[in-house]
Design a protein. Structure first.
Length: 103
């Protein structure tokens, strides 16, 4: 399943649309997510941002041996894009450094 997190853009054909971080996280917890495309600004920072999804992935990868889906960042916010790409790179680096049995 391909998951598209965005509050304004419509998901491309073949992708599941979610509007909030908790919806994306729920689908990943259930399994079967192969791709994840994230916007940052979702219209209500109290409900979270795309960056919050990356924080959850990082925590689960570190503590629960969660292997994340392929991640794409599609936000139009330049500063957030840089922060989110840094988080993705950090997750990938951590996974590369884990012993093979945990992957």
């Amino acid at each position: 399943m391909k998951v598209f997190l965005d509050d304004e853009r419509v998901a491309p054909d073949g992708w599941v649309q979610v509007r909030w971080p908790d919806e994306a996280i729920k689908l990943m917890k259930e399994g079967g997510v192969s791709h994840l495309s994230l916007d940052h600004d979702l219209g209500d920072d109290q409900r979270g941002t795309g960056y919050d999804v990356l924080l959850w992935i990082e925590q689960e990868a570190a503590l629960q041996s969660f292997f994340p889906p392929e991640i794409t960042i599609h936000t139009a916010n330049p500063a957030a894009r840089m922060r989110m790409l840094a988080a993705v790179n950090s997750i990938l680096k951590m996974l590369r450094n884990q012993p093979a049995r945990q992957r």
